[in-house]
Write a protein that binds this ligand. Structure first.
Ligand SMILES: Nc1nc2c(c(=O)[nH]1)N[C@H]1C(S)=C(S)[C@@H](COP(=O)(O)O)O[C@H]1N2
Ligand SMILES: [Mo]
Length: 365
């Protein structure tokens, strides 16, 4: 008789090994935003990054219902048309996966193998969640609102629906949306059709896709995606601090042209406009700086385009022939800065270390 394989550990140990086939499989399913798309303010669906834990559920919009229940005075149920008939709001929101930058850590935590591209900004249209919760009448002793997706799978040996919670006070924020459109079109299947949560300022895991149910709870939610994953853990046994809002970060459009395989950049000498985007989930962007060969200068900031969307920046570089290293970093209004080197943690969360890019400058012909 064959013995079954050992169930996977809740969290696989970080490794120094080359990329595994499993990570490649995840990386191919969940694509990054190509960094040249930092040049446009709104990421088209198809360019916006994707993170899908299990399978994309196929949902019939006609029979879909959203249920609001648990510790509420009046459980409610909505059709898509009923949600669309309510107050409508559109917000430009930068979403970033909490694991963005994971594969730049050494040793490498095993999971979705992001480099820098786990980010995007779209215009999300939907109805604010707060009035719905007020109509349902969340009981005063409720502590968490749990959002459950229609996708189901196994992670850390535990079968689960994808589910995340927000503290009641955060769920009642006027900016949290039940979104049914992305960049003016119905949500594509991969981004949560027919309705997803959008929680501006938070790392992406909070914005539950394929929303099926909303439940008020009088005890803290202890689902896998809440307390096992998405925590800053020092090691396997550390419960860690929960991952919440996005840390401050700037990224740069890679200048010049790439080498196909290595993506190493080749730039013509002379004036080069370096540009990119910067964001923080906690406070407005105050400053962006660019370094050429370790010497930092201030970049110019574009006008802000909404409280929750990334901010454009640019910097004029006089490129001299030779090998150079470019870096960029941002500071937010709470004077949070980016670490020069990654801050390692067990699950590879929130790596907002300064982006570094090697470029070869050739004499312009
Ligand atoms: N139901 C459900 N919601 C989900 C996820 C998921 O796997 N299932 N992934 C989360 C994570 S980790 C991120 S980073 C964002 C990604 O949103 P996007 O794919 O629209 O960019 O969705 C979040 N919402
Ligand atoms: Mo994520």
């Amino acid at each position: 008789m064959k013995t079954l394989p050992e169930p996977p550990a809740a969290v696989p140990a970080p490794a120094d090994v080359p990329l595994t086939a499993e990570e490649l499989q995840l990386g191919a399913r969940n694509h990054a935003m190509p960094l040249e798309m930092l040049a446009i303010d709104r990421s088209p669906a198809g360019m916006h990054y994707l993170l899908i834990h299990f399978d994309v559920p196929v949902i019939d919009a006609g029979s879909w219902r959203l249920r609001i229940g648990g510790a509420v005075r009046r459980p409610l149920e909505f059709t898509l048309a009923q949600l669309q008939a309510r107050e409508q709001r559109t917000l430009a929101v930068t979403l970033e996966c909490a694991g963005n930058g994971r594969s730049l850590l050494k040793p490498r935590p095993i999971g979705q193998p992001w480099l820098h591209g786990g980010v995007g900004t779209a215009e999300w249209t939907g109805t604010p969640l707060a009035p719905l919760l007020e109509e349902a009448g969340v009981e005063p002793d409720a502590v968490d609102i749990v959002f459950t997706g229609a996708d189901r799978g196994i992670q850390g040996g535990e079968e689960q629906d994808y589910a995340r919670s927000l503290p009641v006070s955060e769920a009642l924020s006027p900016d949290v949306l039940l979104a049914y459109a992305m960049n003016g079109a119905p949500l594509p299947p991969q981004h949560g059709f027919p309705v997803r949560l959008v929680v501006p300022g938070w790392y992406g895991m909070a914005s539950v896709k394929w929303l099926a149910g909303i439940e008020a709870r009088t005890r803290p939610f202890t689902g896998f995606q809440q307390i096992q994953s998405y925590c800053y853990k020092t090691d396997e046994t550390d419960p860690g601090e929960p991952v919440t809002r996005m840390k401050v970060r700037a990224l740069m459009v890679p200048p010049g042209i790439p080498d196909f395989l290595t993506r190493h950049r080749l730039v013509d000498s002379g004036p080069v406009l370096l540009h990119g985007r910067a964001w923080s989930g906690r406070a407005p962007i105050q400053r962006v700086q660019v370094a050429v060969d370790g010497v930092w200068s201030d970049a110019r900031l574009d006008a802000p385009e909404g409280e929750f969307a990334w901010r454009g920046w640019s910097f004029h570089w006089q490129a001299e022939p030779g090998e150079h290293e470019l870096m960029c970093r941002a500071v937010d209004a709470l004077v949070r800065i980016q670490p020069q080197e990654p801050e390692w943690n067990w699950l590879g969360m929130g790596n907002n270390a300064v982006q570094k890019m090697a470029v070869t400058v050739r004499t312009a012909r």
